[in-house]
Design a protein around this ligand. Structure first.
Ligand code: HEC
Ligand code: HEC
Ligand code: HEC
Length: 453
């Protein structure tokens, strides 16, 4: 966001905040505290369902700091307006939600209000969670209230006035929070409806994949048209998808469930955590998500279909081997990349032909820069893809030369511009991302408990 855009949005937020005062909706009543319920008081099956739902909702992704205690919060979530820190959602009575009755938890999920009545920042994606059914909120509550309580006081947010005033959020909600439970579409299958409920609600796919307006709200008219998250691009996953081979429900299922499909490659960066979580979710739910998303993407046009077939055919043809005197990007590619990416091997060591990768056809080269710099780390205890990071061994200039070559060699799209600045920025933010977040490609927080209630 540009600086003037930011100032404008702060002013707008102020105005909206003022309007909210006028409507006198700015403060909500506190809900009385309860004595922390005993973990044994929750039904085991309910807790088990809650675990699955927490995985679909990626609660661990934002509420657990790398190397920290599960769900103890404190993760800095960057926004264009400043940094909001996630809360401690363990049942600790002093610093967590131990004294929250279920009604307070449900109100937080549905309308973004804390137990004490304070409005919560929409970095907590309640604009999606508002769809979650009462039964599912109950299961999530049971799951969280049976976790290990962790004493971890909240970290103060880094927001400037007036956005540090939680009142302002009331105005934001007035404009952008569309409350309501999911209304099934009776013209569609039960599976499609299940997928829509999850994608639009708990799984909050649009939180990353939908672009946002100046006030940080998703642009409903551009649903799934591509968004930004932690200096990665979350690609368009609607009709504008730049994937060389059009996505199908089967490919989506494999990608979301196993984190890999041979026509598309692997999920990385913030998407790696999403996929890690979906690996422990019942297959039926992931299939429902895939079926709904395939419908959002729509059937490919005849042109897109032909391009996809061409990309697949090209992918089997090796790049002409490097002549002795080859220089520049081609030389770097043959020396550092082709051995794995044109070996015809499957992961963990073989990578896909880069002509099949959205990373190279996307108008936005950030993800490619990120991957070349940090590689792909294996997930502990799994046969997951491995690629070395080249941050220590390649200079920014070499990476720029390589990226320029890959774009011409593996796509028919126009050249990227401003690569030098972009690579510099990618190197800087990569370090920050690796230090603070549980991703990319790290083991899921609950890895040890996968599949276990
Ligand atoms: C994209 C990041 C993100 C995800 C995903 C996320 N949260 Fe949060 N959550 C936050 C942030 C940030 C806050 C703090 C908001 C604030 O302080 O205004 C928060 C606050 C909360 C609160 C309020 C706690 C309090 O003490 O006020 C609850 C409850 C909560 N989250 C539950 C969940 C659950 C359950 C899930 C999964 C279904 C989840 N969150 C997923 C970022 C996230
Ligand atoms: C935390 C942010 C985030 C969330 C939540 C998220 N995604 Fe993604 N997604 C990304 C990013 C970033 C990428 C690009 C990753 C890469 O380059 O490998 C991506 C990539 C994808 C791709 C690959 C697109 C392509 O053409 O290669 C698909 C498909 C996808 N996401 C679907 C989903 C679905 C379905 C959901 C919800 C279940 C979801 N995503 C939730 C961030 C997110
Ligand atoms: C040791 C083997 C190895 C080397 C060397 C290697 N890669 Fe990879 N790479 C992989 C594996 C494995 C994956 C994950 C599977 C996949 O997605 O292709 C991957 C994934 C990728 C992806 C994501 C593709 C997608 O959409 O899923 C890109 C882009 C990439 N590598 C680029 C490069 C570049 C550029 C180089 C050289 C600088 C390189 N790789 C060197 C093994 C390697």
């Amino acid at each position: 966001m540009t600086r003037s855009g930011l100032i404008w949005s702060i002013l707008a937020a102020l105005g909206v905040g003022g309007a909210a005062f006028a409507f006198a909706i700015a403060w909500r009543p506190a809900i009385a505290e309860i004595d922390p319920p005993k973990p044994q008081s929750f039904d085991a099956d309910l807790v088990k369902r809650g675990r699955v739902l927490a995985s679909i909702g990626n609660c661990n992704d934002c509420h657990t700091v790398r190397g920290g205690k599960n769900y103890a919060g404190g993760l800095p979530v960057p926004t264009p307006f400043g940094t909001v820190f996630s809360s401690n959602i363990t049942p600790d009575p002093e610093t967590g939600i131990g004294r929250w009755p279920e009604a307070a938890f449900r109100r937080a999920m549905r309308s973004g209000v804390a137990r004490n009545g304070a409005h919560l920042y929409p970095t907590f994606p309640y604009d999606h969670f508002t769809n979650v059914s009462d039964e599912d909120d109950r299961a999530l509550y049971a799951f969280l209230m049976t976790r290990e309580p962790v004493h971890a006081p909240a970290r103060p947010n880094q927001l400037s006035f007036p956005l540090d005033q939680r009142m302002v959020i009331a105005g934001w909600k007035l404009l952008f929070l569309r409350r309501g439970t999911y209304q099934p579409d009776s013209s569609k299958s039960a599976e499609w409806n299940r997928g829509a409920y999850l994608v639009e609600g708990l799984a909050h796919c649009g939180a990353c994949h939908t672009p946002r307006n100046a006030l940080g709200a998703e642009r409903i008219s551009a649903a799934f048209a591509g968004g930004d998250v932690d200096n990665w691009q979350a690609y368009p996953i609607n009709a504008a998808s730049p994937a060389p081979v059009p996505w199908t429900a089967e490919a989506l299922y494999a990608y979301l469930r196993d984190g890999f499909h041979p026509d598309h490659g692997t999920a990385r960066g913030p998407m790696a955590q999403v996929v890690s979580n979906l690996a422990s979710v019942p297959a039926g739910d992931v299939r429902a998500i895939a079926i709904y998303m395939a419908d959002v993407l729509g059937p490919p046009t005849p042109d897109r279909k032909r391009e996809g077939e061409l990309a697949l055919a090209q992918a089997t043809k090796p790049t002409p081997s490097a002549p002795q005197a080859e220089a520049g990007g081609a030389a770097i590619y043959h020396a550092a990349c082709a051995t794995c990416h044109e070996s015809g091997r499957q992961p963990p060591y073989g990578g896909i032909n880069l002509g099949l990768s959205t990373v190279v056809t996307s108008p936005d080269p950030r993800n490619l820069a990120n991957i070349v710099l940090s590689g792909i780390r294996s997930v502990e205890g799994e046969r997951s893809p491995i690629m070395p990071g080249f941050a220590p061994s390649m200079s920014d200039e070499q990476i720029v030369t390589l990226l320029t070559y890959l774009r011409t060699r593996f796509s028919s799209q126009p050249a990227w511009t401003d690569l030098a600045k972009l690579v510099r920025e990618a190197r800087r933010t990569q370090t920050v991302f690796l230090q603070t977040s549980a991703g990319p490609n790290s083991a899921p927080v609950d890895a040890k408990q996968r599949g276990v209630p």
